[in-house]
Ligand binder design. Structure first.
Ligand code: FES
Ligand code: FE2
Length: 395
């Protein structure tokens, strides 16, 4: 149980909030790279409570700048992109990717007024099929070279999930909550549970957690001897199966979810159809109506991720942790909260938090992807069509 103040500290993401400042020390994806085209060169982005516009100018530079024009606030989503940047549709103030104003066309000839205008802008990088941004103090750190994102013996595929209409930290707590797998997801195990209340709980001997330099490893030991280990990459990524599930807070009560899947060539060439598979998939909403929130919508319950979205969203827009009843099986959640508090303090003291990487030449970071892939293959998953539900299942 947390006090209301502690709950706010862990969940709120806006500028100046403790968790918001922590999250601003990491790069986050904002769009699939293919989303910006010549025909559609702008995209609205809400991230960490900030409304922004992603755009690609005619020179190929990609920028992310504040949505409301510095002049009188029209949205730059409707701006015209040109060689030097994006020009507001209303009066043509022209911004480059750094947020510098290059021209205010309605000002008198020779006016230097535009030099006084500086618009909020954030750096953008293209990496692993996505555009990423960093909203924190400069210099920006590196995007960590996690195995799923940089291995070259296969390809990276992107899944863009339906928007999650609740706070990001509910999804993260779920990732250190191994007990729910055997119960919430009991119908997706390919066999019937002996008892619907217990699900497959009795097939697990126990679970534990330990810290690594980039997050927390969750370890399950099954009664049949199998050990399942996979990490939460702090603060907002679950690495499971062949995926990273990246949860990017839009604001306090909405979250974007991007999956990056690594598909090894040996699987791709094994009848999995990967070569034909598009690099980016956009998943349909899990609920009807898709824009409504509990109880004015209904989730489908025949997909693992839909079951998770149901559990996360029905906890409330921001779960009220002042009335929860934590039990023994919630010790991973307690650990994650302790680490959050510790890392928020580190940021407050001016230190880089857990997992921030500064060395541009750092070696690939091993999250035990090879072990996960071996296990997936041993269990007979030959194609990516099967890899996705399996990966989603093993949360
Ligand atoms: S509101 Fe953008 S140029 Fe006037
Ligand atoms: Fe789950």
């Amino acid at each position: 149980m947390l006090t209301r103040e502690e709950n706010e500290r862990l969940t709120r993401v806006g500028p100046g909030t403790p968790a918001g400042e922590l999250l601003r020390r990491y790069w986050h994806p904002v769009a699939a790279a293919e989303e910006l085209t010549d025909d559609r060169p702008t995209k609205f982005v809400r991230i960490l409570g900030e409304d922004l516009v992603l755009f690609k100018d005619r020179s190929g530079r990609v920028g992310l700048i504040a949505d409301h024009c510095a002049h009188r606030g029209a949205s730059l989503l409707y701006g015209r992109v040109e060689e030097r940047g994006i020009a507001c549709a209303y009066h043509g103030w022209l911004y480059d990717t750094e947020g510098s104003c290059l021209e205010c066309p309605a000002e008198p000839a020779g006016s230097m007024f535009h030099l006084t205008v500086k618009h909020r802008a954030y750096p953008v990088r293209q990496f692993a099929g996505l555009y990423w941004t960093y909203l924190g103090p400069l210099p920006a750190p590196e995007i960590p070279r996690y195995d799923v994102w940089v291995r070259t013996d296969g390809s990276q595929k992107i899944d863009v999930y339906p928007r999650l209409d609740c706070n990001w930290f509910q999804a993260m707590e779920n990732s250190v909550d191994p007990a729910h797998l055997q119960i919430l997801h009991q119908d997706s195990q390919g066999r019937r549970a002996p008892n619907t209340t217990r699900g497959f709980t009795d097939s697990v001997l126990g679970f534990d957690f330990y810290e690594v330099p980039y997050g927390i490893i969750k370890r399950r030991q099954y009664a049949n001897g199998r050990i399942d280990e996979h990490p939460v990459i702090f603060p907002n990524i679950l690495r499971v199966g062949n995926c990273t599930q990246i949860r990017v807070p839009m604001d306090d009560t909405h979250t974007n979810i991007f999956f990056v899947r690594f598909v090894p060539r040996e699987i791709a060439g094994n009848g999995g159809g990967t070569d034909d598979e598009s690099d980016v998939r956009y998943l349909e909403p899990f609920k009807t109506p898709s824009e409504a929130q509990h109880p004015f919508t209904r989730f489908r319950m025949d997909l693992t991720l839909a079951q998770d979205h149901m559990a996360w969203e029905t906890q409330g827009p921001i779960a009220d942790r002042s009335i929860e009843r934590l039990a023994t099986s919630d010790r991973g959640i307690v650990l994650l909260r302790q680490i959050m508090v510790r890392e928020i303090d580190r940021v407050h003291q001016g230190t880089d938090p857990l997992g921030v990487v500064r060395d541009p030449n750092h070696p690939m970071i091993d999250t035990h992807l090879s072990e996960s892939l071996e296990e997936l293959m041993e269990r007979g998953y030959a194609g990516t069509a099967e890899l996705l539900p399996e990966a989603a299942r093993a949360q």
